[in-house]
Design a protein. Structure first.
Lengths: 261, 439
C-alpha cells in the first residue's frame, strides 16, 4: 500500500497536496481500518500526493472535550497543532466527522488554521472535477441504499448533500429514512458515549436508529463515520439482519466502484 | 361617573405597567447574573436570524399545520394590539371608538379584520387545548410536563386567550345592538364581520342590559389584558418577548463547535512553554471550571431559560430521551429557569445571594441526565426559539469532570488512554500506522 508520512515527504524535500487525517478509529479499530484503506485506495487511484502523520498523529481530543475534560483536550490540541504547524500543513482531509469537526471548528482559535475537508466533500469534489469515475457496472447499481447522517457532519456542520451526491454516482436507489438530514437521528455514539455503557433506558439508541434504517428495506446502510459504523453494525446484528444488510462507509462503496489496479 | 371611570382606568393601567416593568427588570437582573458572552458580531446575520426565526417562525414550519395555527395566534396577538391602543385611549379620554370618526368607513373594515383574527385566535386556542388535553400529543404530556405548574400554565394561557377574544367579540356584538337602538355615546359604524353574527343573540335586550354587558366586556377585556401582561413574566408565555432577542443573540458558528476555555488553553500553553507564563499572576486566584450553578452559565444560557416555552420539540427529538433515558433537554431549560428564579428570590430577600446549599448541578440536574447526552445537536436544531440546551449540558459536564473528578470508570480509562497512548483505546502509539502494512 502506497502510504507515506509527512516526515518522509519532508526528507525528500517534497510537499504533499493533502494531509490525510486517519484518526484513532481509522488507525486502530479493525472495522474502521478497512475504511481507511478504502480511502487510501481511492487517493492512490486518483493519484493524489497525500501524507499521513503516522506515529505523530494523536487523538484530536474530541471525546475528552465532550466528556468534560478540557485539560486533556487542550493538551492534545496543543501537540497536534505543533506537529501540523511544523510541517506547514495547509489542507486536511479526514474520514472521521468527529476529527473533522474538531480540526475545522475548534483548532483555529488555538492556533491551528487549515483548510479541513471531510472525505464526503472531498470525494464529491474529485467527482465533479472528473478525476474520480465510477464503473458503470459497479456492484451497487440498482441496490437499495439508505444514508445515515452522522451528527457531526450533518447537523453540526451542515454537510447533507455531498455524501448523497457521492452515493448517487453508484447509480443506486437511494431511499431516505423517516428522519434524515437536519432531523436525522443520532446513532448513540457521540459526546463520548462510544467509550461508555449507555445510561439506563427502555432501549438502545443504536437499536432504535437501526430499526429506522431497516424499515426502508435498504440492503446497504451507508455511513460516513467510524462510530456510526460500529453502532449501526451492532444494531443490524441485534436485529439478526447481518446476512442481508451491510453497513458500509461511503469510501468503501466508492472504492468498490472504481476499476482495480 | 364618566370621570370616575377615567381615573379608575388610568390608575389600573399605571399599576399594571409599574408591576410589569418591575418584574421585567428583575428578570433582566437575573439574566445578567450570568457570565459575559460576546454575541454581538456579524449583526447582519443576527438580524436575518431574528427576522426568519422569531418574526417568521421558520422552525415551526417543520409541522405546517401547527405552524399555521401558531402563526394566527401570534399575528392576532401583535395586530390586535393596535385595537388595544384605541381601547386605552378611549379609557383615558372617556371617548367611545375614538378612531371611528377619523377613519370613516375604513374603521369598520379594520375592526372587521381584528375580529377575524380574534376568531382565528379563539379557534386555534381551542385546538391547542384539545391537542394538550384530549388528543394528548406525546411531547405535551411527557416527563416534566405531566402535571403541576407547567401543565396548568399552558392551559391557563390558552383559556385566558379564549376568554379575552370572546369578551372582545361579545363587546362588539352588544355595541352593534346599541347602535341599532341609537343609544347615545355609541358611534354608528358599519356592521363588523364576525360580531354581526353574534349580535342576534342579544336582540330584544334593554338598552341598560346591553350597556351593562358591553361595559362589563370592555372592562373585563382590558383588565384581562393587564393581568395577562403581568402573568407573562411568571409563565412560559414570556417567549412572546424573549424569542426575539434570543434569536438575535443565538450562536452563529457551526453547531458542532464547543466553546473554548481560554484559562485552560493558557494553562496548557504555560506548561508546555514555561517561558511564556506571566510572572505577575496571583497565586491565590481560584480557577473554576465549567458550571455548577446558574451564575456560572453565560447570560445567553440564562436568557435561553427564560425564553423556553416548554413545547418539548427538543426532548421529542433527543435520542436519549426517546429511548427512555432520564435526560430531557426541556427539563434542563426548566431547571435552569427554576433555579435562577430561586436565586433571584434569594437576592430579593437578602439583597445579595446567600448560599442556600443548593446548586443547579445535583439539586436540579442529576449526573445521570448529563451522562446520557450524545451531543447530537438535535435539541438545538429543533428549538423554535433558538435555545441551546446542549451548551448548558456541556458546561455542567465540565464541572463534573474537572471540579469533582466525577466520571464513569470507562471515561477515566478513556482519559488515561488518550493521555498515555494518544488514542481513546489501549493501543500502543507505535502501532498507529500499523494498518499500512497489515493484511
Amino acid at each position: 500500500m502506497n502510504v507515506r508520512t509527512y516526515a518522509e515527504y519532508q526528507a525528500n524535500n517534497e510537499t504533499p497536496e493533502i494531509l490525510f487525517w486517519v484518526g484513532c478509529a481509522g488507525s486502530f479499530d479493525q472495522r474502521a481500518q478497512k475504511v481507511t484503506k478504502a480511502f487510501v485506495d481511492i487517493l492512490n487511484h486518483v493519484g493524489i500526493q497525500f501524507a499521513i502523520l503516522g506515529k505523530e498523529e494523536m487523538c484530536t481530543g474530541d471525546p475528552a472535550r465532550r466528556a468534560g475534560n478540557e485539560f486533556l483536550f487542550q493538551m492534545m490540541a496543543y501537540n497536534n497543532i505543533q506537529t501540523m504547524n511544523l510541517y506547514q500543513v495547509k489542507k486536511i482531509v479526514t474520514t472521521c466527522p468527529h476529527c473533522f469537526n474538531t480540526l475545522k471548528n475548534e483548532y483555529p482559535e488555538l492556533g491551528g488554521n487549515y483548510e479541513v475537508v471531510s472525505h464526503a466533500v472531498y470525494l464529491q469534489q474529485l467527482m465533479n472535477e472528473g478525476k474520480l469515475k465510477i464503473k458503470e457496472d459497479n456492484e451497487f447499481k440498482g441496490t437499495k441504499i439508505t444514508y445515515h447522517d452522522s451528527c457531526y457532519l450533518g447537523r453540526a456542520n451542515g454537510v447533507f448533500e455531498a455524501p448523497r451526491e457521492v452515493l448517487q454516482s453508484l447509480d443506486a436507489e437511494l431511499i431516505e429514512m423517516k428522519r434524515c438530514k437536519t432531523n436525522g437521528m443520532c446513532c448513540g455514539a457521540g459526546g463520548a458515549q462510544m467509550f461508555k455503557e449507555e445510561e439506563e433506558g427502555e432501549t438502545r439508541v443504536n437499536w432504535e436508529r437501526t430499526a429506522e434504517a431497516l424499515e426502508t428495506g435498504a440492503k446497504v446502510i451507508a455511513s460516513n463515520c467510524p462510530f456510526c459504523l460500529t453502532m449501526l453494525t451492532d444494531g443490524v446484528k441485534n436485529k439478526e439482519k447481518e446476512e442481508e444488510v451491510q453497513v458500509l462507509d461511503i469510501a468503501e462503496m466508492i472504492a468498490r466502484g472504481i476499476p482495480k489496479g | 361617573m364618566q370621570l370616575v371611570q377615567q381615573i379608575l382606568f388610568v390608575l389600573i393601567s399605571s399599576v399594571a405597567i409599574f408591576l410589569f416593568i418591575k418584574k421585567i427588570s428583575e428578570i433582566r437582573r437575573n439574566i445578567l447574573l450570568g457570565k459575559e458572552a460576546d454575541c454581538s458580531d456579524n449583526s447582519g446575520q443576527r438580524w436575518r436570524n431574528l427576522m426568519l426565526n422569531a418574526f417568521g417562525q421558520k422552525k415551526m414550519f417543520k409541522n405546517p399545520l401547527v405552524a399555521a395555527l401558531h402563526f394566527f395566534v401570534y399575528a392576532g396577538f401583535i395586530i390586535i394590539n393596535i385595537e388595544i391602543l384605541e381601547i386605552i385611549l378611549d379609557g383615558i379620554t372617556g371617548h367611545h371608538r375614538l378612531f371611528s370618526p377619523v377613519l370613516g368607513s375604513l374603521y369598520s373594515i379594520l375592526i372587521g379584520c381584528f375580529e377575524v383574527l380574534a376568531f382565528t385566535v379563539l379557534i386555534a386556542c381551542v385546538i391547542f387545548l384539545a391537542r394538550r388535553n384530549i388528543v394528548k400529543v406525546k411531547r405535551l404530556n411527557k416527563g416534566e410536563l405531566l402535571g403541576g405548574w407547567p401543565r396548568s400554565d399552558a392551559n391557563y394561557i390558552l383559556t385566558f386567550e379564549i376568554v379575552l377574544m370572546s369578551l372582545f367579540l361579545i363587546m362588539n356584538a352588544c355595541d352593534l345592538n346599541l347602535q341599532q337602538l341609537h343609544s347615545a355615546h355609541y358611534v354608528q359604524t358599519d356592521a363588523f364581520w364576525i360580531s354581526q353574527h353574534i349580535a342576534p343573540m342579544f336582540n330584544g335586550m334593554s338598552e341598560t342590559t346591553l350597556m351593562f354587558i358591553e361595559r362589563f366586556c370592555w372592562w373585563a377585556h382590558i383588565i384581562g389584558i393587564f393581568v395577562f401582561m403581568n402573568y407573562l413574566p411568571y409563565s412560559k408565555h414570556l417567549h412572546v418577548i424573549l424569542a426575539f432577542p434570543n434569536a438575535y443573540y443565538a450562536k452563529l458558528e457551526a453547531k458542532g463547535k464547543m466553546s473554548n476555555m481560554k484559562d485552560i488553553q493558557n494553562e496548557v500553553l504555560y506548561m508546555m512553554q514555561p517561558e511564556l507564563a506571566p510572572t505577575d499572576t496571583d497565586p491565590n486566584a481560584v480557577m473554576k471550571f465549567g458550571a455548577r450553578d446558574v451564575t456560572d452559565l453565560s447570560w445567553k444560557n440564562l436568557m435561553d431559560a427564560y425564553s423556553c416555552t416548554e413545547c418539548g420539540r427538543c426532548s421529542a427529538s433527543c435520542p436519549a430521551n426517546e429511548t427512555g433515558k432520564k435526560l430531557s433537554p426541556r427539563k434542563i431549560m426548566m431547571d435552569t429557569r427554576d433555579r435562577l428564579e430561586e436565586v433571584g428570590k434569594n437576592i430579593n430577600l437578602n439583597r445579595e445571594f446567600k448560599d442556600n446549599g443548593k446548586t443547579l448541578l445535583h439539586d436540579y440536574v442529576t449526573v445521570e441526565e448529563l451522562r446520557a447526552c450524545t451531543t447530537c445537536n438535535a435539541c438545538v436544531e429543533a428549538c423554535p426559539v433558538s435555545i441551546s440546551p446542549l451548551d448548558i449540558i456541556l458546561q455542567l459536564r465540565r464541572n463534573l469532570v474537572m471540579e469533582e473528578s466525577n466520571a464513569p470508570q470507562e471515561w477515566n480509562q478513556m482519559f488515561g488512554n488518550i493521555e498515555n497512548n494518544m488514542a481513546p483505546w489501549k493501543f500502543s502509539p507505535d502501532d498507529r500506522d500499523a494498518w499500512v502494512n497489515a493484511g
